[in-house]
Design a protein. Sequence first.
Length: 133
Amino acid sequence: MFSSHSAPRGVLTVNLIEARNLHREDLSGHTDPYVELWLDEDYKQRSEIVRNTENPVWNQTFTFNIEKGSPKHKLYFKVIDKDITDSDKIGSGHLDLTNVFKGQAVDTWAKLPAKLGLSSHGEVHLVAEFVAQ
C-alpha cells in the first residue's frame, strides 16, 4: 500500500483548465499569461500563452511519469505574464498530490496569493488524476 512518504509507479495527468481574475503586472494593461508546472525544478512543463486576458482558458493536458517510491508529493505551478522584453510572475502555488496518488482525482481552483498574503492575484483551475502501473 502507498505510504505517506513515497508514491506508487504510474502516470500523473494534470489538466490545466483555466484561470480567472489574474492580477495585471504591467502598466500596458495587457496580460499574456502562461503557466509553468513541475514536480522537479529540473523538468518544467509550460502551457501555451493566451493573449490579452485576465481570464485565460487553456484546456491543456500535461503528463508526468512517477517512479515507485518517488518523494514528490506536490505539483508546483507558476503563472507568468509574457512580455516582449521580460516576463513578470503573476503568482505561484502548489497542489498536494497525496490523495491523488491514493486514486482520488482532484478538481480544484488554486488561489495565487499576493505578496504578504494581503489579497489574491487570481485563481487557477486544475484537475489531477493518477493511474498506477
